[in-house]
Design a protein around this ligand. Structure first.
Ligand code: PLP
Length: 376
């Protein structure tokens, strides 16, 4: 199998896998218990929190919080929920039109029960219209949420600049970024980005599925989404998923090390070579977001009058895994809402997404090009 769908999920790193198994097997105590195996589990959770904090340059000693959640969907839902409580009908939130469904869908739900939602347009490169965004902010706006990297195109928004603009207009306005598709591909620094909240998902950077992170800046108000026991300092009820927390901590340290040694440049050089070969072989194809900054691993390509879903199945028959639209949409024949928002031409809108990782090698790319030539 040739796996080129790393924006859908990634292979668990070997080091992460062994840590995960070790905790499941040997350190199964509840971190809230007071006897030694519980105390060890609690220490593991604290260490993982520091590993993630270091990965995103959060400072837990000065009150920044790194909350472990069940997934990025939960983190995103929690931010929206917190920002509009308790008087939903008086609140206004601003999001972009190309957010992940874990922002778009709860926003639509809250809209249906009285919250006002403004969806900011993007241009044909996928970049948010920053003037429209600033113009949308009102007195009752309680949150702006703009993703750092788009999952379908890899396009990077200038979150740092957007944060500066928002804060100079309304310093108290809360700003969230979904950084799920940035982790392991770009250095992450919450101080530099200037955000109040940031979301991560373990399975997008070689940790297991079912573990997420929500960063909350020191002093920022947060109303818990999951109410239960006193875990996570009372900010999220539910017994900690110790093994997966240790795994995401380890994956964060590994990603930090690899970014330090420039892994993103080697992935980018393979991706750029793949794009050159694709455009030589299929001169009338379109690569979406190509004119602006994208993360190192993502190519979203449309072939004239080719239906992406059909192509995905044909490639799968040859043992090659790519996707069309987001993973969550892969059974859905609607064109991608992201490409629609970017005004993609009708005859190219059913594109495919190819996403590489540190595991991808040149022969994978050559096999993909060969298979595409045979099919198209
Ligand atoms: N946000 C983005 C940008 C994503 O790409 C995804 C998953 O595809 C999510 C959120 C949801 O992540 P999870 O699977 O951890 O809920």
């Amino acid at each position: 199998m040739i796996y080129l769908d790393n924006n859908a999920t990634t292979k668990v790193d070997q080091r992460v896998f062994y840590k995960h198994c070790e905790v499941l097997n040997r350190f199964y105590g509840n971190p809230s218990s007071m006897y030694p195996t519980g105390i060890v589990a609690k220490e593991f959770v604290s260490k993982a929190r520091e590993q993630v904090a270091s990965f995103i340059n959060a400072n837990t000693n000065s009150g920044d919080k790194v909350l472990f959640t069940s997934c990025a969907t939960e983190s995103n839902n929690a931010v929206l929920y917190s920002a509009i409580q308790p008087n939903i009908s008086g609140k206004h939130i601003v999001i972009s039109s190309v957010e992940h469904p874990s922002i778009l869908n709860p926003a639509s739900f809250y809209e249906s029960i009285g919250c006002e939602v403004t969806r900011i347009a993007v241009n044909s490169d996928g970049l948010v219209d920053e003037d429209q965004l600033l113009g949308a902010i009102k007195e009752n706006t309680s949150l702006v949420s703009i993703m750092l990297v788009n999952s379908e195109t890899g396009v990077v928004q200038n979150i740092e600049r957007i944060a500066q603009k928002i804060k100079s207009l309304r310093p108290d306005l809360l700003f969230h970024t979904d950084a799920v598709q940035a982790a392991g591909k770009l250095p992450l620094d919450v101080m530099r980005l200037g955000v109040d909240f940031l979301t991560l998902s373990g399975h997008k950077f070689h940790a297991p599925k079912g573990i997420g992170v929500l960063y909350i800046k020191a002093g920022v108000p947060f109303i818990p989404f999951l109410i239960g026991g006193h875990q996570e300092n009372g900010l999220r009820g539910g017994t900690e998923n110790t093994a997966s927390i240790v795994a995401i901590g380890e994956a964060a340290s590994i990603a930090q090390e690899r970014l330090g040694s420039g892994v993103e440049f080697s992935i980018a050089s393979l991706r750029d070579k793949m794009e050159r070969l694709l455009q030589e072989s299929f001169p009338d194809s379109i690569i979406f977001g190509k004119n602006v900054l994208r993360v190192c691993n993502t190519t979203n390509i449309g072939f004239k009058n080719v239906i992406g879903d059909k192509l995905v199945l044909q490639l799968a028959q040859k043992g090659i895994c790519v996707s069309s639209g987001t993973a969550c949409n892969s059974v859905n024949m609607e064109p991608s809402s992201v490409l629609k928002a970017m005004n993609a031409p009708e005859d190219y809108i059913y594109s495919i997404r190819i996403s590489l990782s540190k595991e991808t090698v040149e022969s994978d790319i050559l096999a993909l090009i060969k298979a595409l030539k045979e099919i198209l």
